[in-house]
Write a protein that binds this ligand. Structure first.
Ligand SMILES: [Zn+2]
Length: 144
């Protein structure tokens, strides 16, 4: 049982690990809470959770319970999930406000069709232009 991805439900993972521990105890295995907590923390491989896991591991004392640890993990998990949701919402809102323009002529997304250098209707088009297009081009300097 590994927890490797924030898309997995940490709640479900913890439930499974809790059930496993209870089953083992019911079978007569002597598992100290600290040992069970160690196994639980060992199973979390999601990179974003590792800092929290390390902090918990460093703070585990004899009186630390399974419930204490799972609560901390879930708080961290929910915070991380919340950040992901916020990022998604911002991205969605941004793409609604600034829809990605795409040039109908050259299919690039960094300019719109009227501004395309390949558009014959654009006064600045570069069609049939063989001269240098560098900014040093004297003909581009406005005359006063
Ligand atoms: Zn274009």
């Amino acid at each position: 049982m590994k927890f490797t991805d924030l898309d997995q439900s940490l709640g479900k993972h913890i439930d499974t690990m809790t059930d496993l521990t209870i089953q083992l105890k019911n079978m007569g295995a002597k598992i100290a809470d600290a040992h069970a907590i160690g196994i639980l923390l060992q199973c979390i491989e999601e990179p974003a959770m590792l800092r929290c896991v390390a902090a918990i591991r460093a703070s585990v004392k004899n009186e630390t319970t399974w419930k204490d640890v799972t609560k901390k993990l879930l708080v961290e998990y929910n915070a991380l999930r919340g950040q992901i949701e916020i990022h998604k919402e911002i991205a969605t809102a941004a793409s609604a406000i600034y829809p990605k323009k795409r040039c109908d002529i050259c299919r690039r997304t960094n300019h719109s069709t009227p501004n395309s250098f390949q558009n014959p209707d654009n006064p600045n088009n570069k069609l049939g232009q063989n001269r240098s297009t560098s900014t040093n081009d004297v003909s581009k300097i406005p005359k006063f």
